[in-house]
Design a binder for this molecule. Sequence first.
Ligand code: MEV
Length: 315
Amino acid sequence: MTDPFPSDKTRAFGKLILFGEHFVVYKVPALVGAVSAYTDCELQYLDEPGLEVVDNRPAVPNYKQQKYDEGMEAINLTLNHLGVDTKKRGIKLTFGGDLCCASGIGASAAQVVSLARAVNHAESRSMTEDEINAAGYEGEKGYHGTPSGIDNTAATFGGLLRFQRTDGAPIFEKKSLPSPIRIVYASTGITASTTKVVGDVKAKKEADEAWFSNLLEQYKVLVDDGQKAIEDGDLVTVGKLMDQNHALLQELTVSCKELDDLVAAARSAGAIGAKMSGTGRGGLMLAIAPTEEIQDAVAKALEALAPQVWKTTFA
Ligand code: MEV
C-alpha cells in the first residue's frame, strides 16, 4: 500500500513581518510571525528522468505567471542543494495548501521549505529542522540574490520569531506572547520583484551611506522597543512603533501609494498600528486591532479598497 500524501509532514508557513523588512538584510534584528496558512508539497517518482511541477497553490492574479521563472530556479537550487538529480530519477512535484500566494506573505520561502520537507519525507532522510531551513535558504536565492533568511526561517519554524542575519548562521529565537495579537492583512494585488526592490535599496544605500545609516539607527531603537512592548503585552505601543516603522520604510522608498492608502484606511477604522509588510512597492500591508470587533471593522474597511483581505491571530 502506498502512503497517502502526507501534507502534515511537508507543511511550510507563510509569514508577516511585524518589524524590520529590508533593514534585516543589513544584519539588524527583525520580528516576524508565521501565519497558520501553509504550502505543502507532494513528491512522486517518475519512470522517466525529468522534473514535472504542478502548482495548485491559490494565488492573487498574475502572481504565479510573474514568479514562474524565479520559482523554477528556486526549486532547482533546492534540489541541487539536497543532491536530488532529476536527470537520474525523474520526479513530479505538486504544490498545494491554503496559503494564498501574494507578494509579501513569504510564499516563495514556503514553497522551497515544503519542497525540502517533501524530499526529506520521500527519502526518509531524518533531516533536522536546521537542515530543512538551510535548504530553504538556498532555494530563496532563486528569488533574490541576498535573502536575509527571515522568510525561510519563519516558514520552517512557525510562531513569532526574533531573527537576525549574521556573517555565519542566523540567530533566531522563538517569542511567546502574553496576549494574542489580532491582525488584518491585505494585498495591494501588485506583485513586486524582491530582487529589484532589495537591489534598489542597496543602490540607494551605496549612493548615500549617511542617509541609510541614519534610518538604520532609528530602526534599531524601534525594534528593541517593539520587542519589549510585545513581551509586555503592550499592544498600543507595538502599534505606535509599527506606524513609525512604516514611516521609515516610506523614507526608504519601498512603500507606495496603494500601501499607504491601505495603511491609512486601517488606522481610520480603528487599527492601533499598521504598516507595509515584506518587499513593498506593492505586496502586502498588515494592521493590528485591539478587539475582535475592531478587527472586523478594519477588515471591512480594507475590503472596500483591497482585492484580498485576511484575518489572523498571533497567539
Ligand atoms: C522579504 O519578505 C523581506 C526582505 O527584507 C528581504 C529579505 O529579508 O530577504 C525585503
